[in-house]
Design a protein around this ligand. Sequence first.
Ligand SMILES: Cc1cc2nc3c(=O)[nH]c(=O)nc-3n(C[C@H](O)[C@H](O)[C@H](O)COP(=O)(O)OP(=O)(O)OC[C@H]3O[C@@H](n4cnc5c(N)ncnc54)[C@H](O)[C@@H]3O)c2cc1C
Ligand code: FES
Length: 272
Amino acid sequence: MISENPYVPIMANLVEVVEETPTIKTLVLEPDEPMPFKAGQFVQLTLPGVGEGPFTPSSDPLAPERIAITVLKTGMLTDRLHECKAGEALGLRGPFGKGYPVDKLDDKEVLVVGGGVGLAPLRALIYALLGRLERVKRVSIKYGARCVAELLYARQHQEWAGHDKVDFACTIDRPEPGWDGNTGVVTTLLKGLDIDRGNAMVFVCGPSVMLKFATYELMSESFSADQIYLSMNRRMSCGMGKCGRCNIGPYYLCKDGPDMKYSLIKDYPNVF
Ligand SMILES: Cc1cc2nc3c(=O)[nH]c(=O)nc-3n(C[C@H](O)[C@H](O)[C@H](O)COP(=O)(O)OP(=O)(O)OC[C@H]3O[C@@H](n4cnc5c(N)ncnc54)[C@H](O)[C@@H]3O)c2cc1C
Ligand code: FES
């Protein structure tokens, strides 16, 4: 629900801070007013006196009374967000964007591909899919992080893999002592997948370079541009298609995205 003046944030109480990795924390917020959201929609998160930035909730859309936002420390705003403590008040505007087309995934094979903190928006999709697992054919999750310490939501990986219709694989970039799992970037997990190409939808979220090489790998693996949704990460301001900061060709990523079918954007410059 957008408040009457969409530029005025709803205040939210920070009830928990989870240290996920050395560079990533999850802030759990209880908004003062209901703020239902769909998986993949984003919010503008305000730290009063500091600024605001776009973040996609990583929590279960069916439990909007506690909204989790997973934040990679990367600059001024996110450094300060990492210093926040339970009990502080933050602001939320939104939700913005279309969100993932979860209701179009019935009977589909769903491939979820995440890199680094890109697993955060995808976790909301994973929750949404787990909530309707009887309707989808299968969910395959492929995730890559730089190193073991940076594996996001490590405590949930086994739980996801434990569902009958879910398969989960992760990889770290380079071998490390004590790690006997996959090594190499996440695209190495996309080769020769046992997935019915005619009946699959793919959702990719991660840094630009990962989006680019994952897309090329998926295309070479015979997925079509129409089957691939990319989470497009651009600087955003208004979130409502008014400031013109986030467009690719005719599309405003804040309104038409942020997840876009590759077929719609692939012919415009600077997609990645
Ligand atoms: C729709 C959307 C959803 C997002 N969801 C998440 C999320 O769930 N978790 C998360 O950690 N981050 C997310 N981001 C990115 C997040 O908004 C930025 O990292 C944050 O605003 C950076 O603010 P800063 O002041 O800390 O860094 P700045 O000092 O502004 O920037 C630090 C570095 O990050 C780069 N950067 C900053 N903003 C962006 C951006 N939007 N896209 C690409 N590079 C950027 C800058 O070029 C610079 O190199 C999302 C972005 C969008 C557009
Ligand atoms: S963020 Fe303003 S138009 Fe998209």
